[in-house]
Design a protein around this ligand. Structure first.
Ligand code: MF3
Ligand code: CO
Length: 244
């Protein structure tokens, strides 16, 4: 799973280097799939419940599951959430980042920073004996204290020899009793989706693209994290590619 997630991290680094005004989301998808196949892995989303592409690319008010398109050209001030997963030797990796295209509005930049920070706080809770709800609480408390809202219709998940496994990892506290405990060897994909406006989302007629109901921007960051005796291990970390 480390190897699978390393490929995902490398592809997201390529996206960080490539995203710029003028490029289409279709071109990004081709580049991601190319690198993925060069690393002897298979894009995990392509064909998943009929999803047509390798990447999910969600622009501005799009929350998740935006479909790459030859007609969508990035422009200065956009934010683009890029979500990517692979299967390598039977194991899955899954990670997402939201990338600013050129200079973005201050409030948009703050939204990205807060969403990334909420993921970091969530990861700190990935400790043997904690419950999934400790992760959910970490995200929700931080995000809502900043005045943003957390998407409820979509959640994080266990990951392993399938892309989506138990347990579900919501980014908000559910009042339905105790959530599962984290046990050694579990790997979970934690993926806060944070809206500048209200939490409400809807799905476009393409059957995939999730957008905010109020059309305000939304950010998404995701890591696949292992539960170990040494604490959280961020399998999809990009550190080794960025040199920090
Ligand atoms: N990272 C997303 C998830 O964990 C990607 C799934 S998109 C799909 O759910 F196309 F594969 F459905
Ligand atoms: Co995921």
């Amino acid at each position: 799973m480390r190897d699978a997630n390393r490929i995902v991290a490398e592809v997201l680094c390529l996206m960080l280097d490539t995203v710029a005004p003028g490029i289409t989301t279709f071109e990004l998808d081709l580049m991601a799939e190319d690198l993925c196949r060069k690393r002897n892995s298979v894009p995990a989303f392509k064909g998943y419940h009929g999803y047509p592409s390798s990447l999910c690319v969600s622009l501005n008010e799009e929350v998740v599951h935006g479909i790459p398109s030859r007609k969508r050209k990035l422009k200065k001030g956009d934010i683009l959430s890029v979500d990517f997963g692979v299967c390598y030797k039977g194991f899955f990796g899954d990670s997402a980042i939201t990338i600013p295209v050129g200079k973005v509005k201050h409030e948009t930049h703050q939204l990205l920073k807060a969403t990334q920070k909420s993921l970091e706080l969530a990861i700190e809770q990935v400790v043997i004996g904690n419950r999934v709800s400790d992760i959910s609480r970490a995200v929700q408390e931080y995000v809502e204290a900043k005045g943003y809202s957390v998407v409820r219709q979509f959640v994080g998940h266990g990951i392993g020899s399938s892309l989506h496994e138990g347990p579900e990892v919501p980014n908000y506290i559910q009042n339905r009793g105790q959530s599962p405990r984290l046990i050694e060897g579990m790997v979970i994909a934690i993926e806060p989706m944070v809206n500048l406006g209200t939490a409400k989302v809807k799905i476009l007629r393409d059957g995939w693209t999730v957008i905010t109901a109020d059309k305000k921007p939304s950010a998404h960051f995701e890591h696949s994290v292992a539960v170990t005796v040494d604490g959280p291990v961020v399998l999809s970390s990009r550190d080794e590619f960025l040199g920090y």
